[in-house]
Design a binder for this molecule. Structure first.
Ligand code: ZN
Length: 498
């Protein structure tokens, strides 16, 4: 971001410097984060003895290896064993880097001020080594603002800076690039639109050339129903989710532009064939892959389920287009014990960012299984398809960096990507997301997408303290509900004539 309008919260950045591979995508962003392996970390090298007793309040499920063990020794199993041993002192609440206080359940408190400070830092200048993140500029803005919103901070204070930052990244041919002079990309456009929704206001909304965006997205629609992520780029479920997020938030016309190539295959609407395309992405395991025939992955699963939930009520779209028992089986297998955290793929390790990518699938599936919108007051105590306690223990115990910010797992550095999505996952453990009969949108097609509400689950039903409660975010758009509603209502009031 340009070094302007420094806020009272400005602090010196404290990121490690390193050369990074240039890449920008939802599914792979966590693999491109800055990591300096030469820098000593407080999370490693000070391991407590694994045999040391845990704090009171930590159940044996989270302090001991699993009772069943595959005797086969592979590199994967060795890595899993090493990860578990690294996590155990944190789960027990006995690692020297963990900050007091701990609650009666043996869980450390959320270091809110540290994380707020970290995210404010992340909006400031970067060392030269970060040049490879140049294609992720809109993401850096989105991750910071979304994380700050979850922590109760006011994102609108960054309005002018965000507008000045994003304006040059919009291309006259529609959409936003990941940086200055770069071609438009679905992922960068998604992050830019969500960031503008969060800061809100006329200047932010009018910045987006909706007409050009509509035409550009038309060029991404494919004959098989899916979307490319950019012109000439790959086709996958990220493209589909990002495109439908943008279309529904900005109330873009559903009919394809007349010059859209997909029209030659008989498609007329952005929705045409999309649910069927997503259905073909469900694999034999039950999870969802980036494109038909590839491996199931947590981030793609969220993109697909959220996209289906934008297209219509989950009890219709998800139930109709997914094999639910298989999906339940694969999603359930993503949560590990004793770690409590979630993995993104079969035989992979827990990673904090899947607290959102996989954790965020559960409210959508829950809604699909509930079957219909909720009427009346929400229940104060609700069941859960996953272990909220386990995920909360992993996040607060293993993912908080001593210096602020949240991370993949002990031994890794914090970064704004993980800080955003680990906090999103923590918020999901603290709230019940449900749909109502009342939508803020008058659109028939997207009525369901704008009918979601959130209510806090009781702190007594989980293991966090009341002060550790985060704000809820919309389960499909992953920004505050108010931001979603304001952008949609503003757009609906200004229908695009094409
Ligand atoms: Zn990650």
């Amino acid at each position: 971001m340009p070094p302007i309008a420094a806020t009272g919260h400005r602090r010196k950045v404290r990121f490690p410097t390193t050369n990074l591979p240039a890449k920008s995508s939802i599914a792979t962003a966590h693999k491109t984060r800055p990591v300096n392996r030469a820098t000593s970390s407080p999370s490693i090298g000070k391991m407590a003895s694994p045999s040391q007793d845990p704090r009171p309040g930590v159940p044996a499920l989270f302090t001991q290896p699993p009772p069943l063990r595959d005797p086969l020794v592979t590199e994967t199993i060795d890595l899993q064993d090493a990860t578990r041993e690294k996590c155990l002192p944190f789960l027990k609440g006995i690692h020297s880097s963990q900050k007091e206080p701990f609650n009666a359940c043996g869980v450390p408190t959320l270091q809110r001020d540290d994380h707020v400070g970290y995210l404010y830092d992340s909006l400031e200048d970067y060392p030269a080594g970060f040049v490879a993140m140049d294609s992720s500029r809109p993401w850096m803005v989105y991750w910071a603002l979304a994380g700050l919103s979850l922590l109760g901070e006011d994102a609108t204070r960054f309005r002018e800076r965000v507008i000045v930052t994003l304006r040059p990244m919009q291309n006259p041919t529609g959409g936003f690039g990941g940086g200055h002079g770069q071609i438009s990309h679905c992922a960068g456009s998604y992050a830019a639109v969500l960031a503008l929704a969060m800061i809100g206001g006329e200047d932010a909304f009018t910045l987006i050339d909706r007409q050009a965006m509509w035409r550009w997205l038309g060029r991404l629609k494919q004959a098989d129903g899916g979307f490319r992520v950019c012109e000439g780029g790959e086709e996958d479920v990220r493209g589909a989710y990002c495109a439908m997020t943008i279309i529904s938030l900005l109330d873009l016309p559903l009919s394809l532009p007349h010059d859209a190539e997909a029209r030659n295959a008989g498609l007329e609407s952005f929705n045409s064939g999309l649910a069927e395309y997503l259905s073909r992405c469900q694999t034999f395991e039950g999870g969802i892959s980036g494109s038909p025939g590839t491996e199931a992955h947590g981030a793609y699963a969220f993109c697909a389920l959220a996209c289906l939930s934008i297209l219509g009520p989950p009890e219709e779209t998800i139930i109709r287009h997914m094999n639910i028992p298989l999906l339940l089986s694969w999603l359930s297998a993503r949560q590990y014990a004793p770690e409590g955290g979630l993995s993104g793929r079969t035989n992979k390790l827990v990673d904090g960012c899947y607290s959102h990518w996989v954790g965020g699938c559960w409210p959508l599936l829950q809604s699909a299984l509930d079957g219909r919108p909720q009427t009346g007051a929400p229940e104060t105590s609700v069941g859960s398809l996953f272990s909220r306690e386990g995920l909360t223990r992993y996040i607060l115990g293993c993912c908080q960096s001593h210096h602020g910010g949240l991370r993949d797992k002990p031994g890794k550095h914090a970064d704004s990507y993980h800080t955003c999505y680990v906090l999103t996952g923590l918020s999901a453990t603290q709230h019940h997301h449900y749909r109502t009969n009342s939508s803020v949108s008058s659109s028939k097609t997207f009525s369901s997408a704008f009918s979601w509400r959130s209510s806090p689950i009781r702190a007594e039903d989980n293991v966090f303290e009341k002060n550790d409660r985060l704000s809820p975010v919309h389960p499909l758009y992953v920004i505050p509900h108010r931001a979603v509603e304001n952008m949609r209502l503003w757009s609906e009031a200004r229908p695009l004539r094409v």
